[in-house]
Ligand binder design. Structure first.
Ligand code: AMP
Ligand code: MG
Length: 472
């Protein structure tokens, strides 16, 4: 059998200084760990056997029509501008236009060195590959825009980190891999013509109705405002919101040290490299605004008179906090069962979050518990909760079907850090059952699934994961 991928590549038609032509480097012994058949169908892939899937998604067998390349970009990493990054361990095979009419990139992550690898080996080990597979697919099932996982393959080759670990390749699917950093690199280099072409390309691909660089800025701002509010509404911490990890499409991208909050506190940080809490849970709305300011700075460089555009660009960025706040309120109203809007709702929500923060209550279970009457169990100060609950009950009076509204907004299952670690540990012993089970349950996060109750439980003291690490 031969796997047919109906490639329709557009990025490869852009000027040569947007990327480097780069084939994936073959691996010793590719074996398929996971394959996302429904996504494959949407992409228009023909069915084939596991062996061929493993070879294609390890990078050993290049399918017809693939034009592999590594993309160039720059980026602010923890606030410091790095003038050149680029795909150091990823290779874009090409794009397809899916059965839903959407153009998507198919990219191999961990596919070997590229001209942008710097000191890296271009590889990934099994842990981060499984983590990204689990979390990105969970995010999708939660209804949050995200890159997807099409396949995970083990390579049979060791990858050397603190110790030798099994290598793996993740096939990532995205509406595109254009980032804020893709614009920044041409702006920083003064390559205005490239910047113009990139802007035109991004508009055509993502926001065909918007007008010019400032129109694009507005569209990306809107998409990112909604995205960050969605993260805040389910307790997701991205962990490394550098401008090279901020997608123009408005999808969540680059699952490195990301994590879901267990016990709630706005200052929660899991990432081992985030020493100062720049990307702490509660910081995320501010940081995404900062990222949009960097996009604005880059985009206006292509205008004949950038100075004249500063005022409008500033206004666009300055409107973002209110936009985020408004999405946030809509989402949190739903989380406490409200459909109507009243001015006092923000206080009601804020007061609950303050109680939860003081008690380090489990974020997911407290909100889910609002619908079934168990929220109180997750708090320590029951009197304080009861007082809040009285106000809340009064507010719910006359609201249409708050129960259903809450159950649709508050998942029962999230990819809990200790369960991800457990799945990775088992996979290292060649047992993929916990990984498969986690994926199956997380595909229906808003359903009760009593048989999998254990996966909804917070970690016990000795299960708590205190730090997460980048894939590097
Ligand atoms: P990330 O933290 O995944 O956003 O990566 C930041 C930059 O480091 C990107 O340019 C990556 O391509 C590069 N990078 C990360 N890991 C590796 C690796 N193992 N080999 C080469 N480059 C890497
Ligand atoms: Mg990245």
């Amino acid at each position: 059998m031969t796997l047919h991928i109906p490639f329709d590549n557009s990025f490869a038609r852009l000027p040569g200084d947007f990327f480097s032509v780069q084939a994936p480097t073959p691996v010793s012994n590719p074996e398929l760990i996971a394959f996302n058949a429904p996504l494959a169908e949407t992409l228009g892939l023909s069915p084939t056997d596991r062996d061929e899937l493993a070879r294609v998604f390890a990078g050993n067998l290049l399918p017809d029509g693939a034009e592999p390349l590594a993309q160039l970009y720059a980026g602010h990493q923890f606030g410091h501008f790095n003038p050149q990054l680029g795909d150091g361990r990823a290779v874009l095979l090409g794009e397809t236009i899916g059965t839903d009419g959407v153009r998507r990139d198919i990219q191999l992550k961990g596919a070997g060195p590229t001209p942008y690898s710097r000191n890296g080996d271009g590889r990934a080990w099994l842990g981060p590959v499984l983590r990204e597979y689990i979390v990105s697919e969970a995010m999708h099932a939660l209804g949050i825009p995200t890159t997807r996982a099409l396949a995970a393959v083990s390579t049979g080759d060791p990858v050397y980190r603190e110790r030798a670990l099994p290598g793996a390749v993740l096939t990532r699917v995205a509406q595109s891999h254009l980032r804020v950093g893709t614009f920044q690199i041409f702006a920083a280099r003064g390559q205005t013509e490239n910047l113009r072409q990139l802007t035109e390309y991004a508009i055509g691909r993502h926001y065909p109705d918007c007008d010019g660089p400032l129109g694009l800025l507005r569209a990306v701002r809107d998409a990112q405002a909604r995205l960050v509010a969605q993260w805040m509404s389910i307790g997701f911490i991205h962990g490394v919101m550098n401008t090279d990890n901020c997608a123009i499409s408005g999808e969540t991208i680059d699952y490195g040290p990301c994590a879901f909050v267990d016990s709630y506190h706005p200052q929660t940080v899991y990432s081992s490299i985030d020493q100062f809490g720049r990307y702490a849970f509660g910081q995320q709305p501010e940081i995404v605004v900062w990222n949009m300011a960097q996009l604005a700075t880059a985009l206006i460089q292509q205008l004949d008179d950038p100075e004249a555009a500063v005022e409008e660009a500033t206004e666009i960025v300055h409107a973002m906090p209110d936009l985020i706040r408004s999405h946030w309120l809509t989402m949190y109203r739903a989380k406490i069962g409200l459909t109507s809007e009243r001015p006092e709702d923000a206080d009601l929500i804020g007061d609950l979050l303050r109680l939860m923060a003081t008690d380090k209550a489990d974020f997911t279970n407290t909100f889910r518990g609002l619908a079934d009457g168990t929220a109180r169990d997750w708090l320590l100060d029951r009197d304080a909760f009861d007082a809040w609950s009285l106000r809340w009950q009064a507010r719910l009076d006359g609201e249409p079907d708050p129960q259903s509204r809450m159950r649709a907004a508050n998942p029962a299952f999230i990819p809990r850090n200790h369960r991800i670690e457990e799945a990775i540990a088992a996979a290292l012993e060649a047992d993929f059952a916990p990984f498969d089970r986690l994926n199956a349950v997380l595909a229906r996060p808003y359903d009760d699934q009593p048989a999998h109750h254990a996966l909804a439980a917070p970690p016990t003291e000795d299960q708590v994961v205190r730090a997460t690490f980048c894939g590097t």
